[in-house]
Ligand binder design. Structure first.
Ligand SMILES: Nc1nc2c(c(=O)[nH]1)N(C=O)[C@@H](CNc1ccc(C(=O)N[C@@H](CCC(=O)O)C(=O)O)cc1)CN2
Ligand SMILES: Nc1ncnc2c1ncn2[C@@H]1O[C@H](COP(=O)(O)OP(=O)(O)OP(=O)(O)O)[C@@H](O)[C@H]1O
Length: 196
């Protein structure tokens, strides 16, 4: 019988293959649509300004750069993660001119020389994912970075994926974070989806 770990590996591999096949115009269209729906995300909460824990996209991931600029312009505080040893995330303040390099620990971009910040008080966390199930379960890249971070974080947790990556079910293990909402180029939906 296939183990959950095997099922996760197969599901990750399928999404990574599909993302690699995306052409530049499709990636741009998704980034633009995410930028246009940035206000739908902040509208999930009433208070202003917000602290938003976002991420810098690796190639193929839903790209938040237009959304980050909009939130910054509107006066929200935007922080993004750095990969730290033992699959921990630390956070720095993002601004439009921040220098970006590759992480030494994972194939993702991250700011270089940016001011440290805390994400403990973040109102919203935009959680990168490979797919999101209708019940809010998330398939991540496999490091467990976000599972560890979200486990003791109280804010609203919003998964970010492409439309085709919202699926009926995702192979889940007991420690997997359950998301409150999902954001795709089509917009924001609260989770779990009510079925029937
Ligand atoms: N933009 C972004 N930043 C992030 C994450 C993320 O998913 N996206 N992470 C979320 O936790 C952490 C980094 N974790 C990651 C762990 C592994 C791989 C990775 O191995 N990717 C390769 C697969 C290589 C392999 O199969 O061995 C790939 O994408 O092809 C990527 C990110 C923190 N920062
Ligand atoms: N809260 C936690 N505390 C300690 N270890 C954890 C926690 N959550 C997950 N892990 C460990 O992290 C490893 C990777 O978990 P998993 O395969 O669910 O990653 P993922 O959610 O896909 O990755 P990521 O969050 O980095 O995108 C597993 O070995 C798991 O035991």
């Amino acid at each position: 019988m296939e183990s959950l770990a095997d099922a996760k590996r197969a599901a990750r591999s399928a999404v990574r293959t599909a993302r690699r096949a995306l052409q530049a115009p499709e990636r741009e269209a998704a980034a633009n649509a995410l930028g246009r729906s940035a206000e739908q995300v902040t509208a999930l909460l009433d208070q202003r300004p917000l602290t938003i824990a976002a991420y810098l996209a690796a190639p193929g991931e839903p790209d938040l750069r237009h959304a980050l600029r909009r939130w910054h312009q509107r006066g929200h505080r935007v922080v993004v993660p750095l990969c730290a040893p033992e699959h921990q995330l630390t956070w720095v303040l993002w601004h439009p001119d921040v220098q970006v390099g590759m992480s030494a620990l994972a194939p993702v971009p991250e700011p270089v020389g940016a001011e440290s910040a805390s994400a403990q008080d973040a109102d919203l966390v935009l959680v990168p994912a490979l797919s999101v199930g209708f019940d809010g379960t998330r398939l991540g890249q496999g490091g467990g970075y976000y599972d560890r971070f979200l486990a003791d974080h109280a804010g609203l947790h919003v998964g970010v994926v492409l439309d085709s990556e919202v699926v009926q079910s995702v192979p889940a293990q007991p420690w997997d974070a359950v998301l409150d909402a999902v954001w795709t180029p089509s917009g924001v939906s609260r989770l779990p989806f009510a079925l029937g």
